[in-house]
Design a protein around this ligand. Structure first.
Ligand code: IPM
Ligand code: MN
Length: 357
């Protein structure tokens, strides 16, 4: 097949990990006879430096036109420590999600047995974990109005808003996803305190009653944060709002041993976007130390979900499994000592060795 991919490397380690994903995609294209065309766009701090806008219109146009978007990371410390900064790199990511209507963020967390020792959790806790966090991505406290400061600047406020329609489309995604998995949905909220959470509970519980083949439970987010590391095997599909999903997905990365292994997909009304869960890791930028696996697995999700290329996605996953089994990994994982490019080279060569022309 022929596909156009909008490539948005972004900031920090973004360009390095994107380069390794491209390396792997090139081998897949060669071995399976596909043509992937890339069009690169600016986003984040790099886009602010070049244009003043963290999500320039040219990048938006590129994304709308493309068959899929592969994104690196966003964020630069020069903005983090400046509360007065008018434009921030993160606004680019949020604007992009909103502009493309990417309402559902899918973050799978699957433990590798070989990495059981890489996690601070006990091996018996993490062995066999296979869950997915389904995070609402374009509403909630990330976007609600009003937000800002009072005139004196002495008070700040954010607003959390959810409407029925937004919740219902997430519920549909969750139950559909569970149907192809272990058939369980856990709604994570704070319905004992928040009005928005009570609406989530009402809408999702009502919908769940029509989906009798799927087990449904609800859990308060504070308890969920505990259960996620106490006994993560109880979870299959974790359905939650924007902020809770953000926090829980970083927490869940502890299960695999490194945030550097977690991929994600964001789907919605237009082009789907695929990105590692990790951020721009500025301390490692330009040092060839970053773990490219999260981005390489995001590319696998892209092949499967955006292009329906399942054998190709599986070929990438199998090669990543070998890299992990053989300890061909970066320093963030147990015994890993390879560079970012070496891990990319290994995974690419593994695919080349196992898939015939
Ligand atoms: C993520 C990130 C973003 C978020 C930041 C960079 C705005 O942490 O994708 O999880 O909070 O959504
Ligand atoms: Mn996050």
């Amino acid at each position: 097949m022929q596909a156009t991919i909008a490539l948005l490397p972004g900031d920090g380690i973004g360009p390095e990990v994107i380069q390794e994903a491209q390396k792997v995609l090139a081998v897949v294209a060669e071995r399976f006879g596909h043509t992937f065309t890339y069009e690169t766009g600016l986003v984040g701090a790099t886009a602010i430096d070049a244009t003043g806008n963290p999500f320039p219109e040219a990048t938006h146009a590129l994304c709308v036109k493309a068959d899929a978007i592969l994104f690196g990371a966003i964020g630069d410390p020069k903005y983090d420590n400046d509360p007065t900064a008018k434009v921030r790199p993160e606004q680019g990511l949020l604007a992009m999600r909103k502009a493309l209507g990417l309402f559902a963020n899918i973050r799978p967390v699957k433990a590798w047995d070989q990495l059981a020792e890489a996690s601070p959790l006990r091996p018996e806790v993490i062995q066999g974990v296979d869950l997915v966090i389904l995070r609402e991505l374009i509403s909630g406290i990330y976007f609600g109005q009003p937000r800002g400061r009072n005139e004196a600047g002495t008070q700040a406020f954010d607003t959390c808003v959810y409407d029925k329609e937004t919740i219902l489309r997430m519920a549909k995604e969750a139950f559909e996803m569970a149907r192809n998995r272990r058939k369980k949905v856990t709604l994570v909220d704070k319905a004992n305190v928040l009005a928005t959470s009570r609406l989530w509970r009402e809408v999702v519980t009502e919908y769940a009653a029509t989906q009798t083949d799927i087990e449904f439970e609800t859990m308060f987010v504070d308890n969920a944060a505990m259960q996620l590391i106490r006994d993560p095997k109880v979870f299959d599909v974790v359905l939650t709002g924007n902020l809770f999903g953000d926090i829980l997905s970083d927490e869940a990365s502890v299960i695999t041993g490194s945030l550097g292994t977690l991929p994600s997909a964001s789907v919605g009304e237009q082009t789907s976007l695929f990105e590692p869960v990790h951020g721009s890791y500025p301390q490692a930028a330009g040092q060839n130390r970053a773990n490219p696996i999260a981005t390489i697995l995001s590319a696998a999700m892209m092949l499967e979900m955006a292009f329906g290329l399942h054998a190709e996605g599986q070929a990438i996953r199998a090669a990543v499994d070998v890299a992990i089994a053989e300890g061909k990994t970066t320093e963030d994982l147990a015994n890993g000592s390879l560079s970012c490019t070496e891990v990319g080279d290994f995974i690419a060569s593994q695919i080349r060795a196992t898939i015939g022309v």
